[in-house]
Design a protein around this ligand. Structure first.
Ligand code: SAM
Length: 286
């Protein structure tokens, strides 16, 4: 942030917002803060590599031949990200996981639902330079990175015609605050089986999310054999997710395997990520 703007924030705008009950903070991305001494850089990258390796295995995905080189590539790349964001979108950890997943899954087509400023589009482009990317978001007014070769659309992804895509060469990434069980059903209807979700919250942590995409993947899996509804409170409002919700039941039948990646906070010190990889049954069980 330019020095005069930072002065203005500290002296005038910050105290004003504080009195109104808000925090005014600069949109400095978390990766702007980083270790500089080599032993600490190595330790951070080694810890992230170890966690990612364990997660890829648990997700049933064959890791790349040299995962540590991939993590080091991302470390060098991320300071060049054209989007500066502190809230509302991915930070270092989520971006790293998405980068690694895209390299491992090697999609030729990527459907991105929930674009916001465009950071994750940029990450996908860095990982898959030749891929066709389809970006869906009802509000594209906040874009800071517009990919020259991506196709942008402000309609829901489920309204688009995907008959031209080969589902085996496609990955869908959902970061759109829409019920994740619904996205599972929609993906399966279009033949897609490889999905990545952001903000997959467990039932006991869902209260911490604004606009949670419930039922989330974790809720679907937690309640597939239990009739107990999930209830929580946020900002004074009571929420309930019935376990008997037909959507939840249907998604549970469609998911072959799901793995929530480690949040990477212990490894890197950056804000926790919440990415989950979901593999659907190739044939609909619904
Ligand atoms: C968390 S942000 C996406 C952040 C972005 N992926 C990143 O990490 O930088 C969620 C976005 O979902 C969008 N959204 C809301 N409803 C949607 C829908 N039906 N389809 C696609 N995007 C939607 C919102 O407009 C918002 O931009």
């Amino acid at each position: 942030m330019a020095v005069p703007m930072e002065r203005l924030r500290r002296r005038l705008l910050g105290p004003l917002f504080d009195r109104l009950g808000y925090d005014l903070v600069p949109a400095t991305p978390d990766w702007a803060h980083r270790p500089l001494s080599q032993p600490e850089v190595d330790r951070l990258l080694d810890a992230a590599t170890a966690r990612l390796g364990a997660d890829l295995e648990a997700a049933g995905l064959a890791g790349p031949p040299d995962l540590s080189a991939l993590v080091a590539e991302f470390w060098a790349l991320i300071p060049n990200a054209p989007v500066r964001q502190r809230r509302g979108g991915s930070g270092f950890n989520g971006a790293l996981q998405l980068f690694v997943l895209m390299r491992v899954l090697e999609p030729d087509f990527v459907i991105e639902s929930g674009v916001f400023r465009g950071l994750t589009t940029w990450v996908i482009r860095q990982a898959r330079p030749e891929a066709a990317i389809f970006c869906h978001d009802p509000d594209l007014s906040g874009l800071r990175y517009r990919d020259a070769r991506a196709r942008y659309c402000d309609r829901d992804w489920s309204a688009a015609d995907w008959s031209g895509l080969d589902p085996r060469r496609t990955v869908a990434f959902f970061d759109d605050h829409v019920a994740q069980a619904r996205r599972v059903a929609e993906a399966r209807e279009r033949g897609l089986t490889r999905l990545v979700f952001d903000d997959d919250a467990c039932a006991h942590r869902i209260h911490a999310h604004g606009g949670p995409a419930h039922p989330t993947i974790a809720m679907v899996l937690e309640r597939r054999a239990s009739p107990e509804p999930i209830r929580w409170q946020r900002n004074g409002r009571i929420f309930e997710q019935p376990a008997a919700d037909p959507l939840l039941r249907r998604a549970a039948r469609l998911i072959a395997r799901a793995h929530a990646f480690d949040d990477l906070h212990r490894a890197t010190g950056y804000a926790p990520a919440r990415l989950t990889y979901v593999q659907l049954h190739p044939e609909s069980g619904a």
